[in-house]
Design a protein around this ligand. Structure first.
Ligand code: DGL
Length: 264
């Protein structure tokens, strides 16, 4: 293993920064390439076939170009749809991001859990399986809130995003039968923790929010245990989209020690 081989963090946009923040805490010495498929964003409104083909194809090309030691698909939509396929076609370890239903089930006191994800994620069989495995005897209410992805993208570009905008996109979660009994919400999209302050205001201070970033970073630490890390060049981020638009995210990336933004 080449000590400067990076960890490749992949998302449709800036959502993966929530995972990067945890990775920096747990494995600061790991060189990272952040890859944002902004030309493909949002994934949550696409079909399963579109997401799977796009993610597997892009990861293959990125693996060839950057030789990562490990890929993290820091996106629930892409992971719940395409993790199996990506693992089939690539030989490097791939860590996925799946809805944190298990920790939410351990924390709920009302036994009613909310799951806020993209429409693409909330309808996946993968989520049905997690529900039957970890939330037996509890109620899991789902809501696809694609609009929150765009609000998180706007917020990180420095645009103003109001609590009302966020509440409007998210309210379908509680406006369903038993919705008022929800005490714990799974943020099942890596973009959503970027709006946690607004969501907390929208749902009230007593609501508990759970997401998987810490566990994902821990998994990366475990899978790379014993490996050497050397940063031979500064970390950078790539986009499949418009480089001028990507520059608007420079403050957000700088906060995570990435100052070099490039086109893929
Ligand atoms: N960040 C992605 C996720 O975790 C979704 C964003 C999108 O819809 O592109 O699901």
């Amino acid at each position: 293993m080449n000590a400067s081989s990076p960890v490749l963090l992949f998302d449709s946009g800036v959502g993966g920064l929530t995972v990067l923040a945890e990775l920096r805490r747990q494995l600061p010495q790991a060189p990272v390439i952040y890859a944002a498929d902004i030309a493909g964003l949002p994934y949550g409104t696409k079909t399963e076939a579109e997401v799977a083909a796009r993610v597997a194809g892009l990861l293959g090309r990125m693996a060839e170009r950057y030789h990562p030691r490990l890929i993290c698909i820091a996106c629930n939509t892409a992971s719940t749809i395409a993790l199996g396929m990506a693992r089939d076609v690539l030989e490097i370890p791939i860590v996925g991001t799946v809805p944190a239903i298990k920790p939410a089930a351990a924390r709920t006191e009302t036994d009613v859990i909310g799951l806020l994800g993209t429409e693409g994620t909330v309808r996946q069989v993968y989520v049905d399986d997690l529900e039957s495995k970890f939330a037996k005897g509890k109620r899991l209410l789902r809501h696809g809130a694609n609009g929150l992805v765009l609000l998180a993208e706007a917020k990180l570009r420095g645009e103003s995003v109001s609590v009302d905008d966020v509440a409007e996109e998210a309210k379908g979660l509680v406006l369903q039968a038993h919705g008022s009994e929800i005490d714990t919400i799974v943020l099942a999209c890596t973009h959503f923790p970027l709006l946690e302050d607004e969501l907390r205001e929208a749902f009230g201070q007593d609501m508990q929010f759970v997401h998987g970033a810490r566990g994902i970073a821990r998994r990366i630490v475990n899978l790379t245990e014993g490996q050497e890390f050397r940063r031979s060049e500064p970390d950078f981020a790539v986009t499949t989209g418009d480089p001028d638009d990507f520059e608007k995210l420079s403050d957000a990336f700088t906060r995570h020690d990435i100052r070099d933004l490039r086109a893929f």
